[in-house]
Ligand binder design. Structure first.
Ligand SMILES: [Zn+2]
Length: 262
């Protein structure tokens, strides 16, 4: 009886199981409008608290690359759930970082513009962040956190069910550690998607590899936020190299992008 109740809850939970644009199974249960609203509010606060770059040349460089990459979302990932709007903002922050918030918000730190050489490498960064958003990684991460609470609640309710069993049903492998985010899988997916997007937009996909080589070099002397939360650059570079032929094929069909260099 109790077990049937558990099954019902688990089935309700799993109805949110979907596939990401690359075909990976995903549990992302938070409704899109809720995610978009959270992202919009967080972004508004960041813009209020931080300084955004108003230099028209720098903004024009970022906007040119962003527009081209975003224009290819439909062609590369037809049918993907696309945010209602996109907003790309450059923050006056020296840390070489970039981030994406639900609801189509992308923040670029001025510091990463100094590491990225030229429009192609900038396209790799923007493509990567767009990948995170198209694949709904924020929702997945939040669902994981909520899932953990649900799991703990169930364990409390069903003392006789093995803890590990409950966690496994909820997709939270005990061996992986419930607090471990999917960041590695997310990064890999965002890299792969970003590389295809930049290539379709007419930016040389091989520059994604060069970007990460630059990031590794820039990171040798100081701890970098973007690097510390991301997988080792060797692994990442290797993966980007593996996917390069597919991206190169797309690039050869695209019209080369002409965006202003720094
Ligand atoms: Zn990332």
């Amino acid at each position: 009886m109790k077990l049937r109740f558990l099954t019902t809850i688990v089935l309700l939970t799993l109805t949110g199981c979907e596939k990401t644009p690359t075909g990976r199974d995903q549990l992302a249960l938070v409704p899109d409008p809720v995610m978009a609203d959270m992202g919009a509010r967080a972004f508004a606060r960041m813009k209020q608290e931080g300084t955004t770059i108003s230099d028209p040349d720098q903004r024009a460089r970022v906007e040119c690359v962003a527009r081209r990459v975003l224009d290819e979302v439909e062609s590369v990932y037809p049918g993907a759930r696309v945010p209602e709007q996109w907003e790309v903002v450059v923050f006056d922050n020296a840390t070489p970082n970039a981030f994406a918030l639900p609801g189509g918000r992308i923040g670029i730190h001025a510091g990463i513009l100094r590491v990225a050489e030229g429009p192609d490498q900038l396209a790799a960064i923007i493509g990567h962040e767009v990948g995170h958003l198209l694949a709904d990684h924020g929702n997945e991460r939040l669902t994981q956190k909520l899932g953990l609470r649900i799991a703990l609640m169930l364990i409390g309710l069903f003392g006789e069910v093995e803890n590990e069993q409950v966690l496994q049903v909820l997709g939270l492998g005990a061996k992986l550690g419930v607090t471990l985010p999917f960041s590695r899988a997310h990064e890999r997916e965002a890299d792969e998607m970003g590389q295809l997007l930049m290539a379709a937009a007419g930016f040389r996909p091989g520059e994604s590899v060069a970007l990460w080589q630059n990031m590794a070099e820039a990171g040798s002397g100081q701890p970098l936020e973007f690097l510390s939360t991301h997988p080792a650059h060797d692994t990442r570079i290797e993966h980007l190299r593996e996917n390069l032929p597919a991206a190169q094929q797309r690039y050869e069909k695209a019209i080369p992008a002409r965006c202003p260099a720094a």
